[in-house]
Write a protein that binds this ligand. Structure first.
Ligand code: FE
Length: 351
C-alpha cells in the first residue's frame, strides 16, 4: 500500500537523520520490497537482513493479485526492487507478463533445485522458489475415516456428501491445486471432481485456511483442505484453544500411493525496473542462507528449498515423520491451467 511505503520512508528519514555520522552512501542502501508474504514471524527475517547487510527495507504489503496489478499500473516508473509472492501460478504470471528481471546467481542456482526456479534463459532465471508448502486434508477424527480422505479425488466422492468445507475456489492456493489436478486427471475428470466437491459441501466457500480447520474442529464440517503451515501454527500455539483445535483434527498428506501431495511454492524475483538491482539480488541470496531457510522452516512452518537443512520443527515432524511424497508438476503448467480451471469453477457453481 502506498501509505505503508510513505510511513516507512518517513520512519527511515528519521532514523537516517539520527545517524548523521553515517557516510553519504548509506542513504542509498535500501530496497523497495513488494511482499505478499503475510506472516508476522517474517519481521525477524527482514530485520536480520538489515542487521547483516546494512540495507534497509521499505516494504509494501499486498496479496499476490494486488502486487501484480500494482506493478502493471506502475510500469517503468515502479519503485519496486524485489517482489515476494506466495503462489506458483502467480510467480508464473509475473514472469510471462515481463514483470521480473531475469538474473544469474551462482548462490541461488546452487541452493535451489531446478524445478523450483523459473526456466533459465540466456539472461538468467526470472524468479526463484524460496520455500514450499503442502496442501493437505484435515478431517474430524470422530466422524471421518482416514481412508475415506487419503486422496484428493475422494473429496469429490458421494460418500463424503455433507462433509466438505473449502475456501473460495478462486483463491490462488486452490487454483494451483486444481490446475495441478488437470495435469494428473485431465480436464474432463477434473471438472467432474470439482462438481463432486460442490455437491459434498456443507456450506458455500468462505474464510481462509485456518477457518476451515476450526470449522472441522467445531464439528461443523467433517473434511477441509489447508496449507500445512496454518495447521502447524495451531499445533505450536501457546493458546490452549488453538491446541485443542489441532488435537481434534486428523491430517492426511493425500495421494501418497499415487502422484504425491500438491505442493505450492513461495518465491522471489528482482523487479523488471529495479533501481537497486545489486541489493535486490543480495536480498534474494540472503533468503537461501541457512539462517533465512531455518526461519522459513522453523519460524513459519514451511519446507525449506535448500537441501541438508535440519528440520527442527515439532509440528512438521509430527505431521509427516520428516518427509512425504510430493507431486512433480511443472509450475508453468499449473499457471497455464488457471484460466481453464476458473471457467470450470463457474460452470459447476464453485464460488
Ligand atoms: Fe497463506
Amino acid at each position: 500500500m502506498p501509505r505503508t511505503l510513505s510511513v516507512l520512508s518517513f520512519a527511515l528519514c528519521i532514523v537516517s537523520a539520527g545517524f548523521f555520522s553515517l557516510p553519504a552512501w548509506a542513504d542509498t542502501q535500501v530496497i523497495n520490497l513488494y511482499s505478499a508474504r503475510h506472516y508476522p514471524t517474517d519481521e525477524a527475517l527482514y530485520s536480520d537482513f538489515t542487521k547483516v547487510t546494512g540495507i534497509k527495507i521499505n516494504r509494501v504489503d499486498s496479496d499476490d493479485a494486488g502486487i501484480i496489478a500494482r506493478l502493471k499500473a506502475e510500469g517503468t516508473a515502479s519503485p519496486a526492487d524485489v517482489i515476494l509472492l506466495v503462489d506458483a501460478a502467480r510467480l508464473w504470471r509475473g514472469e510471462v507478463n515481463g514483470m521480473f528481471l531475469p538474473v544469474k546467481s551462482k548462490t541461488l542456482e546452487g541452493a535451489i533445485p531446478a524445478q523450483l526456479r523459473a526456466k533459465p534463459t540466456d539472461e538468467g532465471s526470472a524468479w526463484f522458489g524460496l520455500s514450499t508448502r503442502a496442501r493437505v486434508v484435515v478431517y474430524d477424527k470422530l466422524k471421518i475415516k482416514r481412508e475415506d480422505v487419503d486422496t484428493y479425488e475422494k473429496l469429490g466422492d458421494p460418500k463424503n456428501k455433507g462433509q466438505l468445507c473449502l475456501r473460495s475456489g478462486s483463491h490462488p492456493y486452490n487454483l494451483s491445486l486444481f490446475g495441478a489436478m488437470v495435469e494428473h486427471l485431465g480436464a474432463e475428470k477434473t471438472e467432474s471432481w470439482l462438481k463432486g466437491m460442490v455437491e459434498n459441501m456443507v456450506r458455500s466457500p468462505k474464510g481462509g485456511d485456518t477457518d476451515q480447520i476450526k470449522a472441522v474442529a467445531s464439528g461443523e464440517c467433517g473434511i477441509a483442505v489447508t496449507n500445512t503451515y496454518y495447521l502447524a501454527r495451531l499445533m505450536r500455539s501457546t493458546n490452549p484453544a488453538d491446541k485443542a483445535v489441532a488435537e481434534r483434527v486428523g491430517v492426511v498428506f493425500p495421494n501418497q500411493q499415487s502422484w504425491g501431495t500438491h505442493v505450492n511454492v513461495a518465491g522471489g524475483a528482482v523487479a523488471r525496473y529495479a533501481k537497486n538491482q545489486a541489493n535486490a539480488l543480495k536480498f534474494l541470496e540472503y533468503l537461501v542462507s541457512p539462517d533465512a531457510q531455518n526461519h522459513f522452516a522453523n519460524g513459519n512452518n514451511e519446507w525449506p528449498v535448500v537441501k541438508g537443512l535440519k528440520l527442527d520443527n515439532p509440528a512438521l515432524l509430527a505431521m509427516t515423520g520428516g518427509s512425504f511424497k510430493s507431486e512433480l508438476v511443472p509450475i508453468s503448467a499449473v499457471g497455464m491451467n488457471q484460466i481453464k480451471v476458473q471457467q470450470m469453477l463457474d460452470r459447476v457453481g464453485f464460488k
